[in-house]
Design a protein around this ligand. Structure first.
Ligand SMILES: [Mn+2]
Length: 211
């Protein structure tokens, strides 16, 4: 029976991504997905994008992919120092942008719904949710969004919240476990109801409040 595998936020950590996929050991009929924020912060964004293309990993759009497209629309003279560092970090911004701009905001397998950050509470349809929330929501009115929002008959799979770590509820799985901050890269297979993890080789960056 074909399996499905969802991988959390990679942020350019291509070696850990390769190690995690090897641990899962997919067959050609298995489907592989990723929660977005594939790029930036970590060691090798171009190699990471090439890896997902080669292995036919289906990624959704994350806030870092959105940030890249936003920066590339600006004139060079308007770039902030932080935006210049972002472009240096992703190394091949134009080529990466041409690939990540094809990523959808969400992917629905019929059983799981994959998106980068989460659902906007109070809205029933994804189409009615603010894109900024889909890409960046964490708390909503003082509580995590996943305590307040769900979509019937779908397991919601998301990333984005490294500080919060692994989230494991029957209706929602949060897979950003801070690989780029020196923690672990996590994947989840619903058919096996099993998490797979590999340790990060090092802390590639120090995130706001992560340490
Ligand atoms: Mn994110």
């Amino acid at each position: 029976m074909p399996r499905t595998f969802f991988i959390g936020d990679v942020h350019g950590c291509v070696e850990e991504l390769a190690a995690l996929l090897e641990k899962f050991s997919p067959n050609s009929s298995d489907e592989i997905y990723q929660t977005g924020d594939l790029i930036n912060k970590g060691p090798d964004s171009p190699a990471t994008v090439k890896f997902v293309l080669k292995h036919k990993i289906k990624c959704v759009f994350g806030n870092h992919e959105a940030k890249l497209l936003h920066i590339l629309k600006k004139a060079n003279s308007e770039l902030t120092p932080k935006e210049i560092r972002f472009l240096e970090s992703v190394k091949e911004p134009e080529w990466i942008a041409s690939e990540v701009s094809k990523f959808p905001l969400w992917l629905d397998t019929g059983r799981e719904l994959l998106l980068h950050a989460g659902l906007e509470p109070g809205q029933e349809k994804l189409e009615d949710m603010n894109v900024r929330n889909i890409l960046a929501i964490r708390m909503w009115n003082g509580l995590p969004w996943y305590e307040q929002a769900k979509i019937n008959e779908r397991l919601i799979i998301f990333g984005h919240w490294a500080m919060n770590g692994l989230v494991d509820f029957p209706h929602a799985k949060g897979l950003d476990t801070g690989c780029v901050y020196g923690k672990v890269l996590t994947g989840y297979c619903p058919e096996e109801n099993k998490f797979y993890q590999v340790s990060s080789k090092k802390a590639y960056t120090i995130g706001k409040g992560v340490f």
